[in-house]
Design a protein around this ligand. Structure first.
Ligand code: 1CP
Length: 339
């Protein structure tokens, strides 16, 4: 087992800088497209053998130092009873949007083994195959709440903010229920064999710091506190979160994910004795190879003082990225950091 990624999460010295990429399994890989050609996205998520296959695809092709479970942050929302569908092109759609107390009351806090056993089965199967650590994950409650309230993706988050500001009790009630579901779900992933856990807060960046502190952060803190006895490295990624980083540090996570909108030297100063993950603009993968390498060199040099650094993108890899460019980046990280 190559444990470089886990060592970096714990702030230990590593032989070289470990690398993985958010959304590393997915549509930019022709071998993923091939699997998806025969099956819907939701059915794929519920078929452990195929989840194992697509989880391994980027690890094998690109030589990643960690694997991330193939699933989606919205799977537990379906298990809560929200009726999920993925439309080609339009993204996720929830049949029952949660906008009143009656809707909230209809949501359940599911038993993760009973309702999402396929995820735990995928983890158990992956652990038999993998020679690098396996990252389990969930969405942060705020990010999950936006999908339930909006009924899918959103640009303005009108309904979410309307509920926060006009029905704060209802909003907190929803966050409470999602938090219970998410904690139990991540604990089940840990029991099944996940070796690190990441919480994705993709939409945290739409919040003012004071609202992040009141409506989002306390729930992340509760989940992380509830996971401490797993002893696994816990990663919190608040996308578009440069202005929230000082608060994100209070989440209790061992590793803070950062996007590309912040200078990594500043991020290192602000996170204290915690590891950092990320920072390369996903679009920088389109740079010609020599410029891509030079940019990665600068990033690695700047990250030299970090208390543990895991190379990653600042958000998910874009679906039209040429896989060879991603490979070029992984190889550059390895070579330039001494592997
Ligand atoms: O058509 C397809 O094949 C589906 C595309 C796809 C894939 C490959 C979706 C739909 N989800 C996933 C997998 C996925 N999603 C993974 C595992 C793969 C990996 O990382 O290697 C993970 C960790 C996620 C997490 C996820 N799903 C997030 C958080 C990370 C982020 O990118 O911000 C979010 C917000 C989602 C929701 C989601 N899933 C899929 C779509 C189209 C969306 C909506 C995105 C939006 O609202 O903009």
């Amino acid at each position: 087992m190559n444990t470089t990624f886990l060592q970096a999460c714990r702030g230990e010295k590593t032989e070289y800088t470990p690398v993985w990429m958010m959304r590393q399994a997915g549509r930019y890989l022709p071998e993923y497209q091939k699997v998806r050609g025969g099956i819907s996205f939701l059915d794929l998520c519920k078929t452990p053998d195929l989840c194992v296959e697509v989880t391994l695809q980027p690890v094998n092709r690109l030589n990643m130092d960690a694997a991330i479970l193939f699933s989606d942050i919205l799977i537990p929302m379906e298990a809560m009873g929200a009726g999920l569908e993925f439309n080609e092109g339009r993204g996720p759609v929830f049949h029952q949007t949660i906008r009143d107390q009656a809707g909230l009351d209809r949501l359940i806090v599911p038993d993760p083994e009973a309702s999402m056993g396929f995820v735990m089965e995928t983890i158990r199967l992956l652990r038999r195959e993998l020679k690098v650590p396996l990252i389990g994950f969930a969405g942060a409650p705020f990010t999950c709440a936006t999908y339930l309230i909006e009924g899918g993706s959103s640009k303005t988050f009108w309904e979410t903010k309307k509920m926060m500001f006009t029905q704060p009790g209802l909003f907190h009630g929803l966050m409470e229920k999602i938090t219970l579901c998410t904690l139990a779900y991540l604990q089940a992933q840990a029991r099944a064999g996940a070796q690190a856990l990441q919480i994705f807060d993709s939409w945290a960046g739409i919040l003012a710091p004071c609202d992040f502190e009141e409506f989002a952060l306390p729930y992340v803190q509760r989940i992380i506190a509830g996971l401490k006895d797993t002893k696994l490295p816990l990663i919190y990624f608040a996308n578009n979160g440069a202005t929230l980083l000082d608060l994100a540090v209070l989440s209790g996570a061992d590793v803070l994910g950062i996007d590309w909108r912040i200078n990594i030297r500043e991020a290192i100063r602000r996170v204290g004795p915690r590891a950092i993950q990320g920072n390369l603009d996903p679009f920088a993968l389109l740079l010609p190879a020599p410029e891509l390498r030079a940019r990665i060199k600068r990033l690695l040099d700047a990250a030299a003082d970090a208390h543990g650094y895991i190379f990653n993108l600042g958000h998910g890899i874009h679906q039209f990225t040429p896989p060879d460019q991603a490979k070029c980046a992984v190889d550059a990280v390895h070579e330039l950091s001494g592997r």
